[in-house]
Write a protein that binds this ligand. Structure first.
Ligand code: KIV
Length: 287
């Protein structure tokens, strides 16, 4: 159900209070217009470092910088007014020490106005989560398939095949929870592991490639909209915008080549008292 009335932006405690209740609806957003479209339907918008792959054409998220995240965080904050906005901390911005993580996360909150950051919470990151939370920075954890660890793992690989791996992912989730994470993304794990994690932690779990039994779900919006030819197994495509865009652009190109565009109604005729009034173009507001 969409939320149409003017309501204050959801907060970290609001999301945390949803544990075991109504599922938390989350999507990624990178731009102001998309954030505006998603905002009425979502509880939480994540400015994911997937922006590096989805928008900037990088092969993985390792090359994403703090400045990129801040720029996209600012854009999303301009578009969203109700959903909580969380910005991903990119690879290299939080691992070295809690102090370095604090300086970078504080910059994210100050310069974007977003309410929280997300960190991929491997075993060594729990102390950093506690350090940030104690100093006023809400943190979302991220366990299971951790895309920033792609060079250690060799590829993006679902977790929870072996008993040892299941124990490790469960321990990562417990550590993030005990450190004070207000929610935990559980990505790419065996379907039976996600409910186990959900039962073991006090924070709501937000699944992606996990299980419907998580406390909420997140997808990369561009995957849901069918903007890529290839989508991971766990994505449900709700639209095929790649085809829609392809058809629209092909029609435009054909019109330009045949000199059918612009038509009279799409041009300015200036100067005469009887001059035809053009339709107001989008650019007029700015000009
Ligand atoms: O970067 C991202 O978009 C994410 C989500 C897939 C959870 O971390």
């Amino acid at each position: 159900m969409s939320r149409h009335t003017e309501t204050p932006r959801l907060t970290a405690p609001d999301i945390r209070a949803r544990k075991g209740g109504d599922p938390v609806v989350c999507l990624t957003a990178y731009t102001a217009p998309m954030a505006k479209l998603l905002d009425p339907h979502c509880d939480l918008l994540l400015v994911g470092d997937s922006v590096g792959m989805v928008v900037h054409g990088l092969p993985n998220t390792v090359g994403v910088t703090l400045d990129m995240m801040i720029l996209h965080g600012q854009a999303v904050m301009r578009g969203a007014s109700q959903a909580m906005v969380v910005v991903d901390m990119p690879f290299g911005s939080y691992e070295a020490s809690p102090e370095a993580a604090y300086a970078n996360a504080a910059r994210v909150l100050k310069e974007t106005g977003a309410q929280a950051v997300k960190v991929e919470s491997g075993p060594s990151i729990a102390a950093t989560i506690a350090y940030l939370v104690e100093r006023g920075i809400p943190v979302m954890g991220h366990v299971g398939l951790r895309p920033q660890a792609v060079n250690v793992d060799g590829k993006f690989r679902a977790k929870g095949r072996s008993p040892e791996e299941r124990v490790q992912v469960l321990a990562e989730a417990r550590a993030a929870d005990e450190a004070g994470a207000f929610a935990i993304v559980v990505e790419g794990v065996d379907e039976s592991l996600a409910p186990e994690i959900t039962a073991a932690v006090a924070a709501p779990t937000i699944g992606i490639g996990a299980s419907a039994q998580c406390d909420g779900q997140i997808l990369v919006t561009d995957d849901l909209l069918g903007l890529f030819e290839w989508t991971p197994k766990f994505v449900r495509r709700y639209a095929n915008l790649q085809t829609v865009i392809g058809q629209a652009v092909a029609a435009y190109a054909a019109d330009v080549r045949a000199r059918r565009f612009p038509a009279a109604a799409e041009t300015y005729v200036l100067g005469g008292a009887k001059a035809r009034q053009p339709r107001v173009a989008r650019g007029d507001k700015r000009g």
